[in-house]
Ligand binder design. Structure first.
Ligand SMILES: [Zn+2]
Ligand SMILES: [Zn+2]
Length: 244
């Protein structure tokens, strides 16, 4: 990565050093493809289960899916801004994995993973899908108990599909831009949005959606200028992402 500009205040050598340190900490038994496939298969299995439990599905019930999608999109935006970029007492690990690690290894001009083992630096922990599923259960159970069984099931299925899609999309943005997936128009456009968020000077304020930037649009947090225009502010931002 000799032609990769490093952010001011964090030299390219220091970034390389941190990256080597983080990759060196990945346990020997770690399997990147299991990390990608197992939660996805689990998620798709639970989605299939939810669909099989649907009874007498009506069109109006399906029309709630876009509403659920918007709720997921808004949740992604808020969790990214307030939990992944601010250290919260209830989930410090989410901040620690994201801001001082993911955001140091990958910056706007250098988004690509260098090996499959770096999946570990991009994907959420493998039990994440299970935790999300458990998190949706109270709302789904209440809906079921008040007679809105299908709505509860569609809510769970949509949330799981959103999560699995999030993982695959985020991983795609961190593939080399010249790879087959990286070159596709849709991934290129979405990667640009996410790569702007990977500018250390912008990450605390802009482009919090990782999948579709709908809630960024609603909240006015889509960064319009070129990320390189923000370089003057980088030195200041570095202090916020030093590893603990
Ligand atoms: Zn990323
Ligand atoms: Zn972020």
């Amino acid at each position: 990565m000799s032609d990769t500009p490093a952010p001011a205040g964090l030299t390219e050598a220091r970034r390389d050093e941190l990256r080597a340190q983080l990759v060196g900490q990945i346990p020997r038994w770690y399997s990147p493809y299991a990390h990608l496939i197992v939660p996805s298969v689990l998620g798709l299995g639970l989605i299939t289960g939810a669909i099989l439990l649907l009874r007498d599905l009506r069109a109006w019930q399906l029309l709630l899916l876009p509403v659920f999608f918007l709720i997921s999109n808004a949740t992604e935006w808020r969790v990214h801004r307030d939990v992944l970029h601010k250290r919260q007492w209830f989930a410090p690990v989410l901040y620690d994995r994201h801001t001082p690690e993911h955001h140091i290894v990958f910056i706007t001009e250098d988004m690509a993973m260098k090996s499959a083992r770096e999946f570990r630096l991009v994907l959420v922990p493998a039990y994440g899908v299970l935790l999300l599923f458990i998190g949706t259960l109270p709302a789904a159970a209440v809906l079921w108990l008040v007679g809105l069984r299908n709505i509860g099931l569609l809510f769970v299925a949509q949330a799981l599909l959103y999560t699995v899609t999030y993982e695959w999309l985020h991983l795609s943005y961190h593939l080399p831009a010249t790879s087959r997936i990286g070159k596709s128009r849709i991934i290129s456009a979405l990667r640009r949005h996410h790569a702007t968020h990977h500018d250390p000077a912008l990450m605390q304020k802009w482009n919090f959606n990782v999948s579709l930037p709908l809630w960024d649009l609603v909240r006015g947090t889509i960064y319009k200028a070129s990320p390189s225009a923000s370089s003057a502010a980088r030195t200041e931002a570095r202090s916020e992402i030093r590893p603990a």
